[in-house]
Design a protein around this ligand. Sequence first.
Ligand code: FAD
Ligand code: NDP
Length: 426
Amino acid sequence: MGRAFRYVIIGGGVAAGYAALEFTKKGVSHGELCIISDESVAPYERPALSKGFLNPEAPARLPGFHTCVGANEERLTPNWYKEHGIELIMETRVESADVRRKTLLTTTGETITYKFLIIATGSRAVKLEEIGITGSDAENVCYLHDLDDATKLVNMMRKCTGGNAIVVGGGYIGMECAASLVINKINVSMVFPGSYCMGRLFTPKISRYYEDFYKSKGVNFIKGTALSSFVFNSEGKVTGVNLKDGRHLPADMVVVGIGARPNTTLFTGQLTFEKGGIKVNNRLQSSNPSVYAVGDVASFPVKFSGDIRRVEHVDAARRTARHAVSAIMDPKNTSEFDYLPFFYSRVFSLSWRFYGDNVGEVVHFGDFGGTKFGVYWVNNGCLVGCFLEGGGDDDYVAVAKAVRLKPVVVDMDELRRTGVGFAVEV
Ligand code: FAD
Ligand code: NDP
């Protein structure tokens, strides 16, 4: 059994959805494009799973957050793919790929050939077993990567109202899930090995602000230690956690967010890798000219910083996907990919955005006791990054523009004093 398509996307997540829209904008013909996804639903905005999807009231549900609503574009329902003659092969994994022969083999035994391949297989959650702890399969241990995980988490939260949740990890998943657990009236303890939450992006001062805010909502922070094992009841349910520092905490449910790994193993030994991802050029093209990589799996050149990076954030997935399609379908009119790193989060009533790089000297600004404050990073005398909590749309536009221009900073005190005003004036 076999089929041939001009264009094939492996993976049906954020990047696949944005790539599909771009293909139609560039005039793809019916029957030319196919998306192979092991998920059971058409591409959706994954960030919704740790935000609106977990709301106790009026939660976000599909089809409401199919791509590409996250970028205020059309919502691509399954019917949209049909109408545009795009083949969605769902609940099907690609289990092997041969880039020399341009052939994919799926779990249903089908062989699919392509002229151009876009790898958009995203990443997977790191499992506790990978750090030596057993118990991931327990009914009350939750991860959060796909719709099935999110549905399990919602069901567990409903069962645990008034009970105790342990959140393992102080990164994006930990912070966003802890907030949702609190909103769902569950007592939360967060456990992570570092000294501060979001330690790879936040400064200690920013972390302290968020930790204090979370504490005011009842969250208990247990830092500088890690999970060592679970305590199970006779039915295999987790009833408590043991920590490396000897402490024991009761648990009705556990949420784990200890990082992600890119899904690249199909291409090991076939494509060039860098920084854990598939190395691509500034057209998102891999070491094999017929193969492009986008989203979480792509290690692409970032002109802004002059290095190669793999970025596990939605804005990069959307932009790399669109750019790759443009490079394939309209090479003459496609310039070099020029990306400004952009991350964001929303928790409780808080909302922040970050642009650029968090390297160099740190200048905090604004009112840390109030609602609008942030940090500039100044490297080699130039502004290279900005984190802003509580900004308005105009502030974020100004900050993004300023960071991209990397203006020289003459007076750090002035930067501190003027805050967002500095970016507005650039
Ligand atoms: P994904 O969206 O993960 O899609 C990959 C797809 O490939 C999936 O459908 C997967 O099932 C499929 N697949 C994998 N292997 C195969 C195979 N062999 N065969 C067939 N299909 C396969 N980023 C932000 O910037 N802001 C946020 O607020 C934010 N929130 C997030 C919340 C959650 C819960 C998660 C998990 C991530 C969040 N992110 C956020 C990160 C962002 O969602 C990802 O960076 C983005 O989804 C990456 O897009 P992608 O298409 O590369 O991968
Ligand atoms: P992160 O990498 O953001 O955070 C992992 C956290 O786990 C860190 O606090 C890390 O600490 C901690 N950790 C590492 N090892 C252990 C351990 N043994 N025990 C306890 N904690 C440990 O990953 P997440 O799982 O939070 O997120 C997964 C993916 O989802 C990422 O790709 C992320 O970008 C994406 N995501 C993005 C969001 C956004 O952009 N708003 C929202 C939700 C998810 P340390 O830092 O000290 O190593």
